[in-house]
Design a protein around this ligand. Structure first.
Ligand SMILES: [Zn+2]
Length: 484
C-alpha cells in the first residue's frame, strides 16, 4: 500500500520499520474549549487509518495526546477562578464524551502533558547538554534552531528566509528570533512545576516529542496531524527529537486537510466555529463522518447546510437500501448456500485498492454508490429466484457492512436510522406520520370511488408539504421529497 508522505511530498510504499508493528502518533487537542469539527476531522481520519491498518494485519499502537497546560487554558481557568488542571480535566472529559458520541474509537494511549513533566524536563536537559538548547537568566529554556542543520526539511522552509517572517523584537534571553521555548518560566499565579531552571511549565512542541519518546520510543512509523501543524509544530518536533536521538524521527508524515465554513476559514474570531456537540445535535454522527471523509483526507472540506443536506441524502440512500434488504430477508431469510456472483467478489478487492492508495476514502465511497445501485437493481429484479435473491442481497450487505465499518459507518440499525431521519424531517415539515397515513387512506378511498380529482388534490397537498407518494400494487408508500 502507498501513503503520501509530507516529508517527500510523494506517495511512498508503506513499509513499517518493524512489521507487523506500526507505531503511530497524532497530535491531539489543546483542551481550552469545546472541540470543533476540525478536531473531529483529524480524530476520524486517524481512527480510520488505524482501523484500516488493523484490517491489513498490522498491530498498531496509536498515541494521541491532550495538551492540558498552555496559555489559553491558564487564562480561561483564571477567568473562572479554578485550578488550570481541574479546568483542563473537565474539558478532557467533555472531549472524550463527544468523541464517543461521534463513534471515534479511543487511541491506545491518551497521555496528558501534565503527567509527563518529568520526562519533558529530562528531554530538555539532554538537549541543553548536547548543545541544542540553552536556558535564559529568567528561567526559560530555548531551542537553538540554527544548531540543527535539518531545520525546515518538513515544511520546506529555509531558516535564513524565515527570519524575515518573525518578530524582530527578540524576547528577553532569546539568542535568535527563530529560537522557540522548550520551557517557560512561571509568571505570577500560573500553574508551575519545579525544574533545574526554576519554576515553570513546558512549551507546546516539546510535549509531543517527549510523549512520543516515552510511549513509542526513538523512532515511529507514522506521525500525523492537521496541515496547520506542519509549521512550526511538527518542524520543531523533528528538531527536538532528532537532536536528541541522532536518528530519523517519523518515517511517514500524514497531514489531514482543514475545514472551511461557507468557504471561510473557521475561526473563533469570525464566529463561525462549529463545535462537534452542536453538529451532533443537528446531524447523525455517521452523516457527519461521511461528510468529513467522502473526500480524500488531505482535502479541505467546506461545511455548509447544502453539504450537510447532501450528506444526509446519501446516507439515507445507503441505509434505505440496507433497510429494504432487511425487509426482504425477513420474508425469506438467507440460507447457507454458496453465493457465486462476480459483483460480490469484486467488492473487497476494489475497497482494498482504493484504501491502499493513500487511504482514498473518496474512491471507496464512489465504489459504494455503484454497489448500492447494483443492490437496488437486484431488489427490483422480479426474474431472480427469491432464495437466490435473498442469499445474494445478504452476502453483499454483510460484505459492505464489514468493510465500511472501517470508514466508521454502518454501525447503526438501518430501520432506526431511517426512522430517526424521517422524524427529523417530518418535524421540520410540520407534519406527522398519522396525518400522512390519514391522507393516504382518504386518497385510496377517493380512488376506489373513482374520484380522481380528489385523489390528485390529496397527492398535491402532500407534495406541497414535502411528502411524495409512490403507488405500487402493494399499496402506496411515502417518502420525504428533500431526501430523494
Ligand atoms: Zn504535536
Amino acid at each position: 500500500m502507498k501513503i503520501h508522505n509530507s516529508m517527500s511530498k510523494s506517495k511512498e510504499e508503506f513499509e513499517p520499520m518493524n512489521s507487523p508493528e506500526v507505531k503511530m502518533y497524532a497530535c491531539g487537542i489543546t483542551v481550552y474549549d469545546d472541540c470543533h469539527i476540525g478536531h473531529a476531522k483529524q480524530a476520524v481520519t486517524f481512527d480510520i487509518i488505524k482501523r484500516y491498518l488493523t484490517y491489513k494485519g498490522y498491530k498498531v499502537t496509536y498515541v494521541r495526546n491532550y495538551t492540558d497546560v498552555d496559555d489559553k487554558i491558564i487564562a480561561r481557568a483564571n477567568q473562572l477562578g479554578i485550578n488550570a488542571l481541574e479546568y483542563s480535566q473537565d474539558r478532557i472529559n467533555e472531549v472524550d464524551r463527544v468523541m464517543h458520541l461521534l463513534g471515534v474509537k479511543d487511541p491506545d494511549v491518551m497521555p496528558k502533558a501534565s503527567e509527563n513533566i518529568e520526562n519533558i524536563i529530562e528531554f530538555v536537559s539532554s538537549l541543553i547538554e548536547k548543545g541544542y538548547a540553552y536556558p535564559s537568566e529568567r528561567g526559560d529554556v530555548y531551542y537553538s534552531v540554527k544548531s540543527f542543520p535539518g531545520y525546515g526539511k518538513l515544511s520546506k522552509r529555509n531558516p535564513d528566509d524565515m527570519i524575515n517572517g518573525v518578530r524582530k523584537d527578540v524576547e528577553e534571553g532569546k539568542k535568535d528570533p527563530l529560537d522557540f521555548a522548550l520551557w517557560k518560566s512561571a509568571k505570577e499565579g500560573e500553574i508551575s512545576w519545579d525544574s533545574p531552571w526554576g519554576k515553570g511549565r513546558p512549551g507546546w512542541h516539546i510535549e509531543c516529542s517527549a510523549m512520543n519518546h516515552r510511549y513509542l520510543g526513538e523512532q515511529i512509523d507514522i506521525h500525523g496531524g492537521g496541515k496547520d501543524l506542519i509549521f512550526p509544530h511538527h518542524e520543531n518536533e523533528i528538531a527536538q527529537t532528532e537532536a536528541l536521538t541522532g536518528k530519523r524521527f517519523a518515517k511517514y508524515w500524514i497531514h489531514n486537510g482543514l475545514i472551511t465554513i461557507d468557504g471561510q476559514k473557521m475561526s473563533k474570531s469570525l464566529g463561525n466555529s462549529l463545535t462537534v456537540k452542536d453538529a451532533l445535535a443537528k446531524y447523525n454522527k455517521e452523516v457527519i463522518k461521511y461528510m468529513l471523509m467522502q473526500k480524500h483526507y488531505s482535502s479541505t472540506v467546506d461545511i455548509n447546510d447544502a453539504e450537510f443536506l447532501l450528506a444526509e441524502k446519501h446516507m439515507y440512500y445507503f441505509y434505505n437500501t440496507l433497510n429494504e434488504i432487511n425487509k426482504i430477508l425477513k420474508v425469506i431469510p438467507a440460507n447457507s448456500d454458496a453465493v457465486n456472483n462476480e459483483f460480490l467478489d469484486k467488492i473487497e478487492p476494489d475497497f482494498v485498492e482504493a484504501m491502499d492508495d493513500d487511504f482514498n476514502t473518496a474512491e471507496a465511497y464512489a465504489n459504494l454508490f455503484a454497489i448500492m445501485k447494483y443492490l437496488n437493481t437486484v431488489i427490483q429484479d422480479k426474474k431472480i429466484e427469491p432464495q437466490t435473491k435473498s442469499n445474494l442481497l445478504n452476502a453483499i450487505k454483510n460484505k459492505i457492512i464489514n468493510l465500511y465499518n472501517i470508514l466508521s459507518v454502518f454501525e447503526e440499525n438501518p430501520e432506526e436510522f431511517i426512522d430517526d431521519l424521517k422524524n427529523k424531517y417530518l418535524t421540520k415539515l410540520n407534519i406527522s406520520v398519522n396525518e400522512i397515513s390519514d391522507l393516504i387512506s382518504q386518497r385510496t378511498e377517493a380512488k376506489q370511488n373513482k374520484d380522481y380529482a380528489k385523489a390528485d388534490e390529496i397527492r398535491n397537498e402532500l407534495d406541497n408539504k414535502g411528502i411524495v407518494l409512490l403507488d405500487s400494487k402493494d399499496g402506496t408508500v411515502w417518502n420525504i421529497k428533500e431526501l430523494q
